[in-house]
Design a protein around this ligand. Structure first.
Ligand SMILES: [Zn+2]
Ligand SMILES: [Zn+2]
Length: 255
């Protein structure tokens, strides 16, 4: 199976380690034998400055990577039909990762309650639908994955809460969306964050994705070199799900 990681932040993202340069990422991934990677900083890191985008692009070229390095971006849905990125800015990148649940960021629509799993389920599916319907989306990152920091739960509490949330997502509505995802050729991210945050309710979700012929994007969402290595936490889950090359999403370019 291809070894890939299509969701990596650099020092340009304020939330990432400030020594995490493009050069360092490429070097480390080459040493580790990862074949396909994607640099994906938050769209606000560029503040719509084309010069910053071009500089990042140049930095990739300058390292003369021996592996395939894509240049993507991470954006978020703010509301239905409202994104943090516009089509013009998106056109500078190989692909756009769309986050439906960046609740910690300003301007992102919030669930009516963070303590009621039914309310969170309703909001998660609504924002997921919004991301699927958005023409800029190439892949959807961390859907139905709840961060303990945002919800202010312990790791144990968030696991039980997330399971309850997922049970409240209406299956027919979800399947309808996954069929749209498949038709549009969008990717759905599977990330080691599901292990880090105790989000094992997602195993069933990914099973459903595979049943509906949805391609999965492997992404560490790394903000540090340590988190880049955590991609291996996914191995037992990928094995359990029976994921092979044919199930993987890649940016829409020849690999
Ligand atoms: Zn994100
Ligand atoms: Zn990210």
């Amino acid at each position: 199976m291809y070894s890939c990681d299509y969701h990596i932040h650099t020092q340009l993202s304020g939330c990432a380690d400030n020594d995490l340069s493009i050069e360092k990422i490429i070097q480390l991934q080459q040493i580790r034998g990862v074949e396909l990677i994607g640099i994906t900083d938050h769209d606000y890191s560029y503040q719509s400055k084309i010069k910053t985008i071009q500089a990042a692009h140049q930095a990739i070229k300058k390292t003369e990577p021996t592996i395939r390095v894509h240049f993507g971006v991470e954006s978020q849905m703010l509301e239905y039909q409202s994104t943090s990125i516009n089509i013009r800015l998106a056109s500078y990148f190989d692909y756009v990762l769309m986050a439906p649940n960046h609740y910690h960021l300003r301007g992102v629509a919030q669930p009516k309650s963070f303590s009621d799993p039914r309310r969170v389920a309703l909001h998660e599916i609504y924002m997921f639908e919004a991301a699927v319907a958005c023409p800029i989306t190439d892949a959807i990152v961390h859907p139905f994955l709840l961060s303990p920091d945002v919800f202010q739960f312990s790791k144990e509490e968030i696991a039980a809460f997330s399971q309850e949330m997922m049970r409240n997502v209406e299956q027919k509505r979800l399947i309808f969306q996954l069929d749209l995802v498949s038709q549009r050729g969008l990717g759905i991210e599977i990330s080691p964050k599901m292990v880090r945050y105790n989000q094992l309710h997602l195993v069933e979700f990914y099973q459903l994705c595979l049943e509906r012929d949805v391609k999965l994007l492997i992404g560490s969402d790394a903000h540090s070199t340590k988190q880049m290595e955590e991609i291996s936490l996914l191995n037992p889950i990928l094995k359990e799900l029976g994921i092979t090359d044919k199930h993987l999403w890649h940016p829409n370019t020849k690999i």
